[in-house]
Design a binder for this molecule. Structure first.
Ligand code: DON
Length: 601
């Protein structure tokens, strides 16, 4: 399972694509909108209804190190660790713990995540520190006696949490690859929690928004409130200091005792007592038994690039490679960014990929996931036979594919590259914003609501509308399927790009577009992050898009072929990426849609 995957050629798809373009391509214009000679993409479509970019933010340049994360304080911490002689893993560990303090909506010690690491010698590793179902979890734990889903139970409150993996993951990563001491990489987070940090506008708005839940789910606790009084009308403002004394003590226990400072002793006791108080399930035994897993990275060729990405328990890597391979042979560059033909083949790829996800993907320690077959070109070709330029494929007619012999909106991403060219790509999460909203009494951190990422009932959509089946059913100690897609690309054997984003079910399609924007459309890393995005996930059968992502011409062309398009009032993705330019310098690109910040030197 999850072996390094031999590169395949997609010549057969190329043949199909060429034949289709020649005879049936509905391209509405031949505008070539890439200016490769300058290395900077210029949108040349005369249609003024397209605004390709969310903002004109510029990338950050460095030659010695780069950190891009969701919060300025965390990126600053990563940069300081690099400057102090730490490597990319030291910086990543420090950033993960710093985010747990300054970005409580998604940064965490009460959640989990995935790390893709490529050392400067080109060796790649992936670490799965995804949460696990508690030992007493059952397949029907969120269903009533009639078999109906009990609304909200897997999303909010104590029963929604899986056993956290982040602290074990960081301890593992640091033990294997860290250069500085564990105490050194923990110190910035301890300081930020104990001394406090100044809230950004977005931090303040987030905490004010969840105040009702803080009061109802955590009665009598003062965490993240300016006052414990439930009548309190005090709101947080930008610039005010958030001090987290109990969290500082928890982090100090982790700092002095390593993983035992979380999974055993005082912190484990506080967490299991919290679970008893709120009728949750996680026990001290569950905590003691939690271990992250090193898995073989999923790797495959795309043109002259090698894509290194996360195998299951995330579905993200498989999905990314399937999407890239479905569209590899089409002349996306010639058609142009977000032109109707480009979008059409990408949507059709996405539709088929999410259907496969629902059928086949789950925890590889529990179910056989046919990874190699799913990205095999022969298999993908069978999935493409019902593609038609004339008409959108009907999602109801698309089921997961047939594989012979087969039996059976808050997360955060950060990217780090150090002076030596070691690179880390981490996506980590509590699942929903502020997770289950349960704060562990005495320990001061939010718990995840990752149990909702299981298929709580076959065919019932989760909070991202994702549908699952037996492969992702709940079982004791099993990991819930994820969409997180931390990814690293090589070009000509050298480090090329570090990429990832939060966004629930939209993660893999945002990563897909961000990669293609650079390697097919000639954008800089920052332009690619700034570029407006779209998303289709099989069911519901519609394409959502950021306002301005498509021209009216493209919208009409797609609608005429039966595509249902829905303009979003909000945004897609919060990318944090690094590109290695031809001259060897680093371009750090952070998403202008939120507080994301790149810092380099
Ligand atoms: O693992 C997953 O796929 C989800 N728990 C990720 C959640 C997420 O990205 C929310 N962020 N916006």
């Amino acid at each position: 399972m999850n072996k390094h995957v031999a590169p395949y050629s997609l010549l057969f798809l190329f043949a199909i694509a060429v034949a289709s373009c020649k005879t049936q391509s509905p391209i509405t214009s031949t505008t070539v909108n890439v200016n490769q000679s300058q290395g900077v993409y210029q949108y040349r479509d005369e249609d003024p209804t397209v605004k390709p970019f969310f903002s004109d933010r510029a990338g950050v340049t460095g030659r010695n190190g780069m950190v891009a994360s969701a919060h300025p304080e965390a990126s600053e911490v990563g940069l300081a660790i690099l400057k102090a002689g730490g490597n990319a893993v030291d910086a990543a560990v420090a950033v993960q713990f710093a985010l747990a303090v300054v970005y409580p909506g998604a940064g965490n010690i009460g959640g989990g995540g995935f790390m893709v690491y490529r050392d400067n010698g080109g060796k790649a590793y992936t670490l799965d520190y995804r949460e696990k179902a508690p030992g007493h979890a059952t397949p029907n734990m969120y269903l009533d006696s009639l078999g109906n889903v009990r609304p909200g139970l897997s999303i909010s409150g104590h029963l929604a949490s899986g056993v956290p993996g982040s602290v074990d993951g960081m301890a593992e990563a640091h033990k294997r690859f860290g250069k500085l001491t564990w105490a050194q990489v923990l110190q910035p987070a301890v300081d930020l929690a104990g001394k406090g940090f100044a809230l950004t506008e977005r931090d303040a708005v987030g905490l004010n928004r969840i105040k009702p839940d803080l009061n109802t789910i955590n009665p009598g606790k003062a965490y993240f409130l300016k006052s414990v009084m439930s009548t309190d009308t005090t709101t947080w403002h930008k610039g005010e200091l958030l001090v987290q004394a109990d969290l500082a003590k928890t982090l100090q226990r982790i700092q002095t005792q390593g993983r035992a400072g979380f999974y055993e002793g005082e912190t484990a006791r506080l967490l299991s007592e919290e679970m008893v108080r709120g009728k949750g399930m996680i026990t001290e035994e569950d905590l003691k038994n939690y271990h992250s897993v090193w898995r073989d990275p999923l790797q495959a060729k795309y043109k002259e690039y090698n894509v290194i990405t996360m195998p299951p328990t995330s579905s993200g890597g498989v999905a990314l490679l399937q999407m890239m391979r479905f569209t590899e042979s089409y002349p996306l560059r010639r058609w142009g960014w977000n032109r109707d033909s480009t979008v059409q083949v990408m949507i059709e790829a996405e539709r088929r990929v999410y259907a496969d996800r629902a059928k086949f993907l789950g925890d590889p320690d529990f179910v056989k996931v046919p990874v190699t077959q799913l990205i095999n070109p022969d298999y993908l070709r069978t999935r493409w036979t019902d593609f038609s330029w004339a008409k959108a494929t009907d999602s109801r007619a698309v089921k997961g594919g047939m594989i012979p012999g087969y039996e059976s909106l808050e997360t955060t991403h950060f990217s780090v590259v150090d002076k030596e060219g070691n690179a880390v790509s981490i996506t980590t999460t509590l699942n929903g914003g502020y997770g289950s909203r349960v704060v562990v009494g005495g320990a001061g951190f939010f718990m995840n609501n990752e149990m909702d990422d299981f298929s709580v009932k076959p065919g019932a959509p989760n909070m991202y509308g994702l549908i699952g089946n037996q492969a992702n059913a709940i079982a004791p100690n099993k990991r819930m399927l994820s969409s997180m897609t931390p990814t690293i690309l090589e070009k000509d054997g050298k480090l090329f790009m570090v990429v990832g984003t939060p966004g629930g079910s939209t993660i893999m399609t945002s990563v897909y577009q961000t990669i293609l924007n650079v390697i097919e459309h000639g954008m800089t890393m920052q332009q690619s992050v700034n570029a407006l995005k779209f998303h289709h996930q099989w069911l519901p059968d519609k394409t959502i898009f950021e306002n301005g992502a498509f021209s009216d011409v493209s919208i009409n062309a797609l609608k005429n072929r039966g595509y249902i398009l829905e303009k979003l009032s909000n945004t897609l993705g919060r990318m944090d990426c690094v590109l290695i330019r031809a001259d060897g310098s680093y371009e750090g690109a952070s998403d202008p849609r939120a507080d994301n910040t790149a810092r380099g030197y």
